[in-house]
Design a protein around this ligand. Structure first.
Ligand code: MLC
Ligand code: AMP
Length: 494
């Protein structure tokens, strides 16, 4: 039996081909039949450009229905979909191209790259690759795939500063999507607001896959705009977002119960939802946000219950089939309620990092993946994420690894070392601050530090403040005490 993931989705919406799949804020309607057709046309183009099963197709495009169709086309032909944040600089993209060696790179802006073929995809039909798809004959064939074949590689940064490609199999994606669809009680009348980016697990796999399995429409938006979402809520039943979505909605004057009358479920994840946001949202709207926890390497891991208590500051219970434990440094399970590093196993856990077998092996212990998150597991199995063992900043739901920014700053003239930390930020939850130590008798120019960062790194990684210091606090072992820095500068962006 073939496990082509597109076949799973198509079987679910086959009886509803003429029904709306995507709704635009302006009332535009795009049917399941149109998506089926457009993805088959992209599949024809992919095959013509050599995208055989297992070959990578790298995509750095703005969010659009065309980009969704291209993703589905990759599933159809069995190519490995490798999406990138459109905010990445050319230097960042060039690294990904050299690492994953795609047979085709589909970019928002045409330019020379090391990929053997480059196509240009914009946000509408007039863009070259989309136009070419419309002119191609649809190719509805579905490649024969096995459950452990790789469907996608999603890049995630690392503590070494070098990004790793997490390989997700068809089985990983299918099991997680089917589980969530069931767990969150999708209904035939659901309408999901889709305002997340589609180059990460949250918007691409959680939101899109559940919607396709449910064969109901999504209001499909290029990006999150709080006032626009508020205006659209009466047409919808569900919203999935990062915590910033909810704090921005709450900041709208008068936002409350009347806005949410048609809604059945608000879901939050990708970053910690402050308990106070959870409580304020309930007080204003009557809805208890359902918080869940996940990561690129494993999709969704835990969820608060649909029926039952959704407790602020907790991420609920492991999904069916997922095993979870909290361990100390020696790998011993800690007592219930005590903090430890969260380790997980299950059908959702990825197949390893692309071409990094040693790195992959080092992040597993006895078959469990070491998440790097610190959490507690209560007697009844309820999980709370209380910190991170990994040096990671999560800003507005985007992950930022300090090492990557420190490497850029350390290479600047007059800099002896730097430390990058995350501090509380009212909108993004956390934001980046850089502490730079100058060399003796040198005076690094702020402008050259900022332009080095701007040239190399995507905007969302740029420090919101750079401070020049004489030295950094260190412990007895000589290690920089980032916790001291975080405490010292905790109010700097408030
Ligand atoms: C935008 N900017 C950010 C930023 N997003 N800076 C830091 N962190 C972010 N997340 C920059 C912009 O470039 C801009 O810079 C300035 O900040 C203000 O932009 P904005 O217009 O206010 O931002 P906006 O476009 O509204 O985006 C904010 C956001 C967006 C929160 C809506 O970042 C977003 O959609 N985040 C979701 C990320 C996500 O899907 N994560 C899931 C990962 S999967 P300037 O200077 O040019 O003005 C995962 C697993 C799991 O983690 O569990 O789900
Ligand atoms: P990513 O690598 O982008 O997939 O980010 C995954 C990380 O986001 C996890 O390892 C957690 O640190 C964090 N995360 C996701 N969901 C939650 C949540 N609900 N609460 C706290 N942290 C979360």
């Amino acid at each position: 039996m073939s496990h082509n993931l597109y076949a799973l989705f198509r079987a679910r919406f086959a009886a509803r081909l003429q029904a709306p799949c995507f709704l635009g804020a302006d009332g535009a309607v795009f049917s399941f039949a149109a998506l089926d057709d457009l993805s088959a046309r992209f599949a024809a183009l992919l095959r013509a450009r050599g995208a055989r099963p297992g070959e990578r197709v790298l995509v750095q495009a703005e969010k659009s229905i065309g980009a969704v169709a291209l993703y589905l086309a990759c599933l159809r032909v069995g190519a490995v979909y490798t999406p990138l944040n459109p905010a990445y600089t050319d230097a960042e993209v060039d690294y990904f191209i050299s690492d994953c060696e795609p047979v085709l790179a589909v970019l928002a802006r045409p330019r020379e790259t090391k990929a053997p073929a480059v196509e240009c995809l914009g946000t509408d039909e007039a863009s070259p690759f989309w136009r070419a798809a419309l002119a191609a004959d649809p190719d509805h064939a579905l490649a024969d795939r096995a459950s452990d074949d790789i469907a996608a590689i999603l890049y995630t940064s690392g503590t070494t500063g070098r990004s790793k490609g997490a390989m997700l199999s068809i089985g990983n994606l299918a099991s997680n999507a089917l589980t969530l669809h069931e767990l969150w009680g999708f209904r035939p009348d659901d309408i999901l607001i889709h305002a997340l980016p589609i180059f990460h697990v949250h918007g691409l796999f959680v939101a899109l896959h559940c919607q396709l399995l449910n064969a109901t429409p999504a209001i499909f938006l290029a990006k999150f705009d709080a006032a626009e979402i508020r205006a659209l809520l009466p047409r919808a039943t569900m919203l999935m977002g990062v915590p910033t979505f909810y704090t921005r909605l709450l900041s709208l004057p008068g936002f409350g119960r009347a806005d949410c009358a048609s809604m059945r479920l608000f879901i939050s994840g990708s970053a910690p939802l402050l308990a106070e946001t959870h409580r304020e949202f309930e007080a204003r709207t009557g809805h208890r946000i359902l918080e869940r926890y996940g990561m690129t390497e494993a999709g969704m891991i835990t969820s608060n219950p649909l029926d039952g208590e959704r407790i602020p500051g907790t991420v609920g219970y492991p999904l069916p089939g997922v095993s979870i434990r909290s361990v100390d440094e020696a790998g011993r399970t800690v007592p219930a309620g005590e903090p430890g590093v969260i380790e997980i196993a299950g059908p959702n856990v990825f197949q390893g990092y692309w071409r990094m077998p040693e790195k992959t092996a080092s992040e597993f212990r006895d078959g469990f993946f070491v998440t790097g998150d610190v959490g507690t597991i209560a007697e009844d199995g309820r999980v709370a994420i209380v910190g991170r063992a990994k040096d990671l900043i999560i800003s507005g739901g985007f992950n930022i690894y300090p090492k990557e920014i420190e490497d850029v700053l350390d290479a600047c003239d007059g800099v002896s070392e730097s430390a990058v930390i995350g501090v509380p930020h009212p909108d993004f939850g956390e934001a980046v601050v850089a502490l730079v130590v100058k060399r003796p008798n040198a005076s690094p120019r702020m402008q050259s530090l900022e332009s080095a960062v701007a040239e190399k790194l995507a905007r969302f990684k740029h420090p919101r403040a750079i401070l020049i210091l004489e030295d950094l606090p260190r412990n007895a072992m000589g290690k920089v005490q980032k916790n001291v820095l975080r405490e010292t500068y905790r109010d700097i962006l408030k």
